[in-house]
Design a protein around this ligand. Structure first.
Ligand SMILES: [Zn+2]
Length: 271
């Protein structure tokens, strides 16, 4: 279900799902202000990026420290994905504190994380791709993933639910928050993208719209459809419905608007 997310401006700019807030679940989808990065990365940037002049790792790390302070923790308590548009979801624990921040990153693509560990912050990133946060309110298990078009076609959100169930979660008790991404209004794709989705699941046809010459994809809707099929009730799915392209750079970084010369937002959750 679409829900207007709660907006916060201190200690930095971020939004939270009203559904998860009602349950007191610590989480945040960052917006672009409140950090220390400069230039095209101004200011709350979470990846050094692929631009000609990458952001300084020091700035990225400081931004992680600022974000972790929201949870009364530090960057040493964050476990950070190594995103390659894979469908790899890792179960992480105490040993993964600081992975990708103060310690070495994962050695290969990991686009989703699941944990039952308290006070371990899961961190995923995006700038038009969907970021998704999960929490089982009975078993106290959380998850997070990055879902670009490939990951969405390959149903990474369902892989996260599977790993949570492996740890003892029940899909009926899992709340999900879907963050800002390029919306169905602005995401023009080619037929190769449509083919990948329809090969994965014919029902994904519901997520495509023809707008004159243009074929448009609603990624957030595709994630919702995947979650419903994985057994998560519709009333447990909270979708912010915000489009990072329509936003025009006011609150969000957008790959479609700025190419590689832009920062990256992050989403965080912990038990
Ligand atoms: Zn839009």
């Amino acid at each position: 279900m679409k829900q207007k997310f709660n907006e916060h401006t201190a200690p930095f700019s971020y939004i939270t799902s009203p559904l998860l807030d009602d349950w007191g679940i610590p989480h945040a989808f960052t917006r672009r202000w409140g950090g220390v990065s400069e230039g095209v990365y101004s200011t709350f940037n979470f990846a050094t990026g692929n631009g000609e002049k990458p952001d300084r790792w020091y700035n990225v790390m400081m931004n992680h420290r600022i974000a972790a302070s929201l949870f009364c923790l530090t960057e040493k308590d964050i476990c950070r994905t190594y995103q390659t548009h894979s469908t790899e979801v890792r179960i992480v624990d105490e040993r993964h504190r600081g992975v990708g921040t103060v310690n070495a990153p994962f050695e290969q693509g990991v686009d989703g994380l699941v944990t039952g560990e308290r006070d371990l912050i899961l961190s995923v990133r995006g700038a038009d791709c969907v970021t998704i946060l999960f929490f089982d309110v009975v078993k106290k298990i959380c998850g997070a993933c990055h879902s670009g078009w490939r990951g969405t076609a390959d149903k990474i959100a369902a892989r996260v639910v599977e790993k949570m169930v492996y740890l003892g979660a029940d899909p009926k008790n899992i709340l999900v928050a879907i963050g800002p991404s390029v919306g169905g209004c602005c995401y023009t794709v080619g037929s190769e993208v449509e083919n990948a989705f329809l090969t994965s699941d014919g029902d994904f046809t519901l997520c495509f719209n023809r707008d004159g010459e243009h074929l448009k994809l609603d990624l957030q809707r595709a994630v919702e459809l995947t979650l419903l099929k994985a057994g998560v009730p519709e009333s447990n799915i909270s979708d912010c419905g915000e489009c990072t392209v329509c936003d025009g750079g006011k609150h969000y970084f957008s790959h479609r608007l700025c190419g590689v010369d832009r920062g990256t937002m992050a989403a965080f959750i912990r038990i």
